[in-house]
Design a protein around this ligand. Structure first.
Ligand code: ZN
Length: 459
């Protein structure tokens, strides 16, 4: 035990999450007999055959639970939960899919957006997710406070979140895809970005809410906004995020519009660095993968969305080998259409097995993507692993459904048998889910409100 751990164990109440059925630490350390937390931090790992050294005040009996670090989602569009399985967008390729949905999304209201944010975050939490990044880039009239609203929801829920301030400046009349009503001027975007960072971005160790800057995609903003966002992100030391290399169509579009492949364009606007993470990152060539690795640019793998839109398969193994941080994301609910990070892990395993040999992408690789990998993508050093000093963010699963009956290896069973609901979830030292139920709110009431908002947006 470290000195700081010994100090913190003398104050507050120490909780021992005792003797889990199985445990994934994401760093090969031994927590066979569980972990001890004090407040919002892990203060002790209890190895096989050991008892805690810390004084114990409370015990959570985890003998029926598989213990994981809280799962981390690195890409979502919460507002899209209002357009799941939406008839006009079904069975369409990316560009026509976007063009169909933009006019519907343009009618988004602040109330509907707050409800969608809450529903998506609770849905993620129930699947074992404790940190979520959202990418919001739609700012029709009346939605100017969209990110402020989201931050308020996250603080109310007590869930860790990175809100990425999206932007679009190029509407159809400028050669872009969205209608004019959802784009903003460069000045509006930069002013709001700076004010959001100053107001919400928590630089301290205990941060729940962080802000990052996120032009929607290279084909929806000007070169100037890409460059200005990179400068602003460096000034305030915040992350940069966008969609990149999702489809072959996008490669053609970039070549036609800028005379460059997407990654070359990204580099030309000052984005090829380690504060950037990219959603999808599918259509990179070998040389581009090496450049991403060298720059430490993160990739968010979104397997379900990539399958729904027939976009392709992210080269996860090669990216990791090249040194790029790679995490997992469910993507927006108009192309998944669920927000279940545990199920997404299974999708990652399955889709990666279509690209690699069965022994080249394991269930441990899938678990790592959603934990340590995602934490490094978001540049959050204090989550994603079970270790002394890390935050007390946990997902605990019970193997008590018919789908697990007869399973031998509990960790492999989570991924292979298709776990979907966490039995217990702790965020920052506080229980948020127990017995598969959200403790601090009424899920039925939230769903009824959300369903009504979805009907108002499209019916
Ligand atoms: Zn997306």
């Amino acid at each position: 035990m470290s000195t700081s751990a010994a100090e913190s164990s003398t104050t507050g109440r120490n909780l021992w999450i005792k003797q889990p059925l199985a445990c994934f630490t994401a760093n090969n350390s031994d927590a066979t007999n569980g972990v001890v937390i004090c407040g919002d931090q892990i203060i002790e790992m209890v190895a096989e055959g050991q008892q805690p050294i810390s004084e114990i005040h409370q015990i959570f009996d985890a003998r029926e639970h598989v213990l994981l670090p809280g799962l981390i989602n690195t890409h979502h569009h919460f507002y899209q939960t209002l357009t799941r399985a939406c008839p006009p967008a079904l069975n369409k390729k990316l560009f026509p899919w976007l063009q169909t949905l933009y006019p519907i999304w343009a009618k988004l209201t602040p109330e509907a957006h707050a409800t969608a944010t809450e529903l998506a975050m609770v849905e993620l939490m129930l699947s074992g997710c404790t940190t979520a990044a959202d990418h919001h880039y739609l700012f029709p009239h009346g939605m100017e406070q969209a990110i402020d609203q989201q931050a308020e929801v996250a603080l109310k829920l007590g869930m860790r979140a990175t809100f990425t301030r999206g932007s679009m400046t190029l509407s159809q009349k400028d050669g872009g895809l969205p209608p004019e009503t959802v784009v903003q001027t460069e000045q509006q975007i930069l002013d709001d970005s700076e004010s959001l960072i100053k107001h919400w971005h928590q630089q301290d160790e205990n941060s729940l809410v962080e802000i990052a800057l996120a032009p929607c995609s290279p084909f929806s903003v000007t070169q100037d906004i890409m460059k200005a966002s990179a400068v602003l992100a460096e000034k305030y030391n915040v992350g940069l995020h966008t969609h990149l290399a999702e489809t072959e169509d996008e490669n053609d579009f970039c070549l036609k519009m800028f005379g460059l492949r997407p990654l070359d364009y990204l580099e030309s606007v000052g984005w090829l660095n380690n504060r950037t993470w990219l959603a999808h990152g599918i259509h990179f060539n070998d040389e581009e993968i090496q450049r991403l690795g060298k720059a430490g640019t993160g990739i968010c793998h979104c397997p379900s969305s990539n399958m729904v839109l027939a976009s392709g398969i992210c080269r996860v193994r090669e990216l990791v080998q090249a040194g790029a941080p790679v995490g997992l994301g469910v993507d927006g609910s108009a192309s998944n259409d669920h927000s279940n990070l545990m199920q997404e892990m299974r999708q990652a395993l399955l889709i990666q097995r279509l690209r690699y040999e069965a022994d080249e992408f394991t269930h441990f690789d899938a678990l790592t993507l959603a934990t340590k990998g995602s934490a490094s993508v978001l540049r959050r050093q204090n989550i994603g692993e079970l270790a002394v000093g890390k935050k007390a963010d946990f997902a605990l699963f019970k193997l008590d459904e018919p789908r697990f009956s007869g399973a031998h290896d509990p960790l492999a069973a989570l991924v292979l048998c298709g776990a979907s609901q966490a039995d217990a979830v702790m965020i920052n030292g506080e229980w948020k889910v127990k017995n598969k139920e959200w403790l601090e709110g009424d899920i039925e009431a939230l769903m009824a409100k959300h369903q009504q908002a979805a009907k108002t947006l499209y019916s």
